[in-house]
Design a protein around this ligand. Sequence first.
Ligand code: GLN
Ligand code: ZN
Length: 772
Amino acid sequence: MVQATNLGFPRIGGQRETKKQVESYWAGKITEQALDEGAVKLRAENWKLQKAQGLSQIPSGDFSFYDHVLDHSVMFNVIPQRFRHLADGHERTFAIGRGIQKPATETQEKVDIEAQEMKKWFDTNYHYIVPEFENEQTFHLDAQVKTVQEFKEAKALGIHTRPVVLGPLTFLLLGKTAKNSPGLEVLTLLPKLLPVYEELFAKLAEAGADWIQVDEPCLALDLTPAVVEHYRSVYTRLTAAAPSIKFLIATYFGRIGDNVSFIKDSGVAGLHIDLVRSPEQLESVVANLNKTQVLSLGLIDGRNIWKTNLANALKIAKTAVEALGSERIFVAPSCSLLHTPVTLRFEKRLASKNPELFDWLAYSEEKCKEVHIIAQALNHGVESVQAELADNARSIEARRTSSHTTNSAVRERLEAIVPDQLRRRSAFPERQAKQHEAHPLPAFPTTTIGSFPQTKEIRLARSKFTKGEIDAAAYNDFIKQEIAYCVKEQEKLNLDVLVHGEAERNDMVAYFGERLEGYIFSENGWIASYGSRCVRPPIIFGDVHRVNPMTITETVYAQSLTSKFMKGMLTGPVTCLQWSFVRDDIPRSVVCTQLAFAIRDEVVDLEKAGIVHIQVDEPAIREGLPLRAVDFDFYLQWAVDAFLLSTTGVQDTTVIHTHMCYSDFQDIFQAIRRMDADVLTIENSKSDMRILGAFSTHGYNAEIGPGVFDIHSPRVPSTSEMKERADAMLKYIPRRNLWINPDCGLKTRGWKEVRESLTNMVAVAEALRAST
Ligand code: GLN
Ligand code: ZN
């Protein structure tokens, strides 16, 4: 029998219950006990729901209040030094995720511990808390052993689950080394770590587990033969130590490639592969299994919201069944459903207002059902699910032939792209000379990244407007006042290139999505982003194009209030793509090019309206980089082309800025150079001068503003510390090219600290000018 299985279910709750409870707990509104009770209830609901959809192997241990990698670190006692004095429990786990700050009291000194670093989970927009290892690292199971506890919890409900555990190699490879342990090779910790895994597996076996899912997404990366050898020895050892357990190694987000070589003799009972990202890998993986190993087929897209073409999926599954036999096949989503919203049940508005599009969607609950239908068809013949398959085929066909997804004018425009649309008129040095002459600025020009504090008042006005409590005229007046305030403040601060402050935007992608054709918005399509934070990515369902200008009114109004330069502020095509749910019926590169045209039109209109500085943000360009080096060039080619298409429609004298953050720039220097922006502002608060060194050795010669202060913290940086940073930057960047700006937008900060920080920042530029 083919098994219908799942790798992980979203833990946020169908109506973001977990988020709400966690935040109430932080605010002191509910007790720890109430928080735990809420989680018990939600887990039970999720298990029952998956069972009701017909799954036979349901995951447990996939729940988390904050982050599953953090939970795993805590379970294995990997607690960064600075948190070790705190008592274990939720408080400490949250403290590691968020940091803690408590003012001094009569009896206690003040507490101020910085949060542990957070990173993007592979190529997703989910962020995990980076485990931190040290030379003297000790591992042991904590008192709770969450994975065992949750397995038992499900068992008590009569649901036999497949516990999910983060695999030892991915755990170590995703970690970083503590400051006190420079040069530590994390994999040398394996001998100390593995006994604890053995203990965990023994406990799970004792509790009654038979299959255990071990997540090893690092197997989708380029690994050295030495690391693959570690995989072989680690799994040979772990499987030998737990003979009653069947281990399923789960890979996802890409192909396993040659890393599959260790599987055959490793003792593991099965392997999960992502056949949505990498359908072509089926044959080679099948050839690399031994005679008994199970193959779990990731056929349902765990990263997107579209219904699966069940006929196609079934075809692939049948090939696998023919090769291996039905006893050796699992059907599953491509990865954990963590990256998909929970259920369509609460998507009421779409269902009633846009039934055509609603019919094309499947969230996690519906995806579990799809898994079941495929397994049924394989086990009992297509007749057993004829109605379901027919319904699916109808819906797939309706989407394929819908007149709402294609726009011939957009398609023709894409067909007609010429190389000149991908380059500026002159090369940077010539542009720079013209720009400096036409629009002079002081040396070390100061600017900000775009957003200013999104105050309570702004959020309240927006919410009133959305609810219809105030009309458009009143809301627009309010926004104008906010813009005017923001401009006035920047003039007082004596910044050189001003911004309008982005008060009218609640989200840098959704704002544009709402103004473009081809986008639609869900009501409840939330997915976890980090900690308790969820995002609701807009949905690109059709050809994207711009009908009306999107930012001209606000920008021109802001410019009218000042004689200084007003910088226009747009989100770039790659970031719009990366932070949306994207249609899967045409290549991502094509969608990105459509977005690029829309932004290009806006850039040109801004220029026409007299705006000289235009910033096109691309914070997500690095995030879209494929997992394997051989695939980098293809992606970077179209991604950078899209940026170029969006920014090169202007005169030489117009200054194009771009901004990037959250990134390791290591792999993309050439691409950044090819983006050919006149000014690049980047996150650099950790004052990592190596990055700047690398920029200069890679021949980056345009203007650059590496952030001189971290906007993620309410701390006000002093002029001297920022000046020190700027001085260090000048070792790598010629004076004429250095801008002075913060790391990123200021929307999460308060006005008081923003004013103080920027006052100090402007003083840095003045000091630099004076010292020549
Ligand atoms: N212009 C945006 C802002 O300042 C950029 C945000 C970002 O880089 N994430 O908010
Ligand atoms: Zn940023």
